[in-house]
Design a protein around this ligand. Structure first.
Ligand code: X1X
Length: 326
């Protein structure tokens, strides 16, 4: 062999050694909870399904127990395309970047579980998803949720008199504070990971949440009184940073979209089925005391004009009507 042929062969060998046969893609997720919570289980199902649907190499690394902060941190990471690639998010914790997204989970939007289910299956939320993608760089790939949100407080809150002036934490979207002000409470937006401490130290007297999270984060220790206002059935998009999504090969993108939709359905079934069971478990364990709210219909009457005004301000009156009429 000539010196030239030997040199070319050596260069090719180095090139082959330096190029991995198939590069592995690593996706990073985040959950506020441990492995038992419906969100974490839904995200694990998402990971499993992507692995099943994709022929290439993909691995997952999920931070648990709020190690990376709460959802107000996640939304910034997702928007910037740093630290995490996928998560389950409350729309009301994504308001900073997309002001109309909290319409999806505003209190008193759904009549019951059937309405919630029909609305989510209908694709009616598509304009809100489009705004989230355009303004926040975040892509909805499925819908989890299905927990019923109730009041949780240090002292019992059973009627309008007790609710009036009740100092409670709400999520960051302005519509959340507007709704709870309309029903005469005294809401303030506080980061989720500060709520336990804020109730313990008396800064607030309670908050509102669903059974799965009250149980998982032991909120019953400081807010053991549950009032069944049933003011929200959670809509929790499974989301991906668009920066991460758009960098994936086309066949992995297809696997992510299919897995997101299926994992969301898995999560909705899981959380909606577990919701009542978890309340019962906590009651049976003596961790919570549950009571009805006297006059829930009155709450609804106070809230409807607030929802209407919010939708009008966003130019989303037709969308709100479309959701209501599902
Ligand atoms: O109230 C919150 O900020 C949180 O409440 C529950 O843990 C979940 O619904 C979560 O998504 C977040 O909304």
């Amino acid at each position: 062999k000539s010196m030239k042929t030997i040199a070319i062969t050596a260069v090719s060998a180095v090139a082959i050694l330096a190029t991995p046969v198939s590069a592995e893609t690593k996706l990073r997720g985040a959950s506020l909870f441990d492995e038992d919570h419906a969100y974490t289980r839904t995200l694990r199902e998402f990971e499993r399904l992507v692995g099943e649907k994709y022929d290439g190499d993909v691995s997952f690394d999920m931070s648990l127990n709020g190690e990376l902060g709460d959802e107000s941190d996640f939304v910034t990471f997702l928007q910037q395309g740093v630290a995490i690639d996928y998560a389950i998010m409350a729309p009301s914790n994504m308001a900073t970047f997309a002001p109309s997204i909290p319409l999806m989970d505003m209190p008193f939007l759904f009549r019951d579980l059937e309405h919630w289910d029909t609305a989510l299956a209908s694709g009616v939320m598509a304009p809100l998803e489009a705004e989230l993608l355009a303004k926040a760089n975040i892509r909805v790939i499925g819908y989890a949720g299905g927990g019923v949100r109730n009041l949780a407080s240090a002292e019992p809150i059973g009627n309008m008199d007790e609710l009036t002036g009740h100092k409670m934490r709400v999520m960051g979207a302005p519509i959340q504070a507007q709704v709870f002000s309309a029903i005469k409470a005294a809401p303030s937006a506080i980061a989720y990971n500060e709520v336990y401490n804020a109730i313990q130290t008396g800064v607030i007297a309670g908050f509102e949440n669903e059974a799965a999270s009250i149980q998982n984060l032991k909120f019953y220790e400081v807010a053991p009184n549950i009032t069944l206002t049933r003011h929200a059935i959670t809509v929790r998009p499974l989301v991906m940073s668009e920066s991460s999504f758009s960098a994936l090969p086309a066949d992995l993108q297809a696997a992510v979209l299919a897995a997101g939709a299926e994992a969301g359905a898995f999560g909705r079934k899981l959380e909606s089925t577990q919701d009542g069971e978890k309340l019962q478990e906590m009651a049976d364990a003596g961790q919570i005391k549950v009571q009805e709210f006297a006059g829930r219909d009155e709450l609804l009457k106070l809230v409807i004009p607030v929802q209407d005004a919010y939708a009008a301000e966003l130019g989303a009156t037709e969308l709100l009507e479309a959701i209501r009429s599902k």
